[in-house]
Design a protein around this ligand. Structure first.
Ligand SMILES: NC(=O)c1ccc[n+]([C@@H]2O[C@H](COP(=O)([O-])OP(=O)(O)OC[C@H]3O[C@@H](n4cnc5c(N)ncnc54)[C@H](O)[C@@H]3O)[C@@H](O)[C@H]2O)c1
Length: 352
C-alpha cells in the first residue's frame, strides 16, 4: 500500500488535483496498485483562518509518513506576499531537504511546440535543478536603503556537498535510462569561483560513470542551443537559478504550463510532486484549467513508486487525449477540466 498526501491548495489547485486523483484511482485498479490518499487542507483559506501556513511538525509528518506528496498549487491574492505559500513550499523544500528539482520535458504532440520542423522524439530531456542552494537561500542584504547610494547583495551559495549530490543524481538517471551524455550548465566564464567548483565536482563524479560523456556549456550557449537543436540534450544538470530559467524555457518548447510537471526529491527520504503552473486565480472556478500538467505530475509519482508501466500508461493516455484534441481551450480543445480528466481515464480503460 502506497500512502499519498494530497495538498490541493489554492485557485485551480483543487480543480486539477481532482483530475489527477481520478486518474490515479483508475490506474491503481487497472495495475493492481493499492493507493491510500489523505487530504491536507493547507492553503490560503486555512492560513486566513488560523494564521499558519504549515507547522514544522506537519512538514515532518508529511516527509515521514507518506510515500509521496502531491500538491495542486499555492497562491492567493488575499494573502499579502503569499506568506502561506512561502511557508508551505519553502518549508517542505528546505525542511525535507528536497535537493533535486526534476523537470522532465517531452514533446507529446508536434502541434504543441513553437519550433519548426521538429518531431516528438527530438524533444525528450530531463533537467536536474539544484533545489536547496544558489541565490535562493536568501543570504545578503541591502545597505543605504532608499538613498541614491543604495546597494544590494544577493549571495550565490554553492557547496561541494550540494553540487556533488545533484550531479550524482543526474549521472545515475542517465545510467538508468541508457543516456550516453550528461550536460552541465553554468556561467563559469563570468562566475569563476562557483563555476570552477561545479566543473571540478562534475569531472570527479563523472569519472565514476566512464560510459557517460561529460559536457559543460555556458548557460547562455545552452539556452540558444536548446531552441536550435533540442534533440542533442537528454540530461542536463545545473544550479538553482539557471535551472529555474532553463526548465521554463524547455517547458515552453513542449507546449507550456498546461503540460509541465515537476518533482522535488530527496531519494530515500521524501518526495513532493507538483505541476509547474501556479494557482491561476484568473481562471479559477471557470472549468478552463488544464489538468494535464497535474496528471503528468501524478505519472512522475507513479514512476517514483517504481511503477514504470503504470506511468507509461498514464502518459500514453494523455498523449492520446491531446492527439484527439480532447483538451481544454489552452491547448486548442473545447473540453472542461473534468471532461479532460475523463478523456484520459477513458483512454486508460480502452488500453486496459
Ligand atoms: N508552485 C506554485 O504553486 C506556484 C507557481 C507559480 C505561481 N504561483 C502562484 O500562483 C499565483 C498566480 O501566479 P501567475 O499568474 O504568475 O502564474 P500561473 O501559473 O498561476 O498563471 C499564469 C497564466 O497561465 C495560465 N495557466 C496556468 N495554469 C494553467 C492551467 N493549468 N490551465 C490553463 N491555464 C493555466 C493562467 O490562467 C495565467 O494566465 C500567484 O499567487 C503565484 O505566486 C504558485
Amino acid at each position: 500500500m502506497a500512502r499519498i498526501a494530497l495538498i490541493p491548495g489554492d485557485g485551480i489547485g483543487p480543480e486539477v488535483l481532482a483530475e489527477a486523483e481520478k486518474v490515479l484511482g483508475r490506474i491503481s485498479e487497472i495495475e493492481d496498485l493499492p493507493l491510500e490518499f489523505d487530504r491536507w487542507p493547507h492553503g490560503a483559506d486555512r492560513y486566513l483562518e488560523t494564521g499558519s501556513g504549515m507547522e514544522e511538525e506537519e512538514i515532518r509528518r508529511l516527509g515521514a509518513e507518506y510515500d509521496g506528496i502531491l500538491l495542486g498549487a499555492l497562491g492567493d491574492p488575499r494573502v499579502p506576499g503569499n506568506e502561506h505559500a512561502r511557508q508551505i513550499l519553502l518549508g517542505l523544500r528546505f525542511q525535507l531537504d528536497l535537493y533535486i528539482n526534476l523537470r522532465p520535458v517531452r514533446l507529446l504532440d508536434r502541434r504543441l511546440t513553437p519550433l519548426r520542423d521538429i518531431r516528438e522524439e527530438d524533444l525528450d530531456l530531463v533537467i536536474f535543478r539544484e533545489n536547496t542552494e544558489g541565490v535562493y537561500v536568501g543570504m545578503g542584504g541591502v545597505f543605504r536603503k532608499g538613498t541614491p547610494q543604495e546597494m544590494a547583495i544577493q549571495e550565490d551559495v554553492n557547496t561541494r556537498f550540494g553540487i556533488e549530490r545533484i550531479v550524482r543524481a543526474a549521472f545515475e538517471h542517465a545510467r538508468d535510462h541508457d543516456v550516453d551524455r550528461v550536460t552541465l550548465s553554468d556561467k563559469a566564464n563570468a562566475m569563476e569561483h562557483a563555476g570552477g567548483l561545479w566543473r571540478r565536482v562534475f569531472q570527479e563524479v563523472g569519472e565514476e560513470f566512464p560510459d557517460i560523456e561529460r559536457e559543460a556549456l555556458y548557460v547562455d550557449m545552452l539556452a540558444m542551443d536548446l531552441v536550435r537543436r533540442p534533440s542533442r540534450y537528454r540530461v542536463i544538470v545545473t544550479g538553482n537559478l539557471f535551472g529555474d530559467i532553463l526548465s521554463d524555457l524547455a517547458a515552453q518548447l513542449a507546449g507550456g504550463l498546461g503540460l509541465a510537471a515537476s518533482a522535488n526529491l530527496h531519494p530515500g527520504k521524501a518526495a513532493l510532486f507538483e505541476p509547474v503552473h501556479g494557482s491561476a486565480p484568473d481562471i479559477a472556478g471557470s472549468g478552463n484549467a488544464n489538468p494535464l500538467a497535474a496528471i503528468l505530475t501524478s505519472a512522475l509519482l507513479l514512476r517514483h513508486l517504481g511503477r514504470r508501466a503504470a506511468a507509461d500508461r498514464v502518459e500514453a493516455a494523455v498523449r492520446g487525449a491531446i492527439g484527439a484534441n480532447e483538451t481544454t481551450a489552452d491547448l486548442g480543445g473545447a473540453l472542461t477540466t473534468a471532461e479532460t480528466g475523463d478523456a484520459v481515464v477513458r483512454r486508460l480503460d480502452s488500453a486496459a
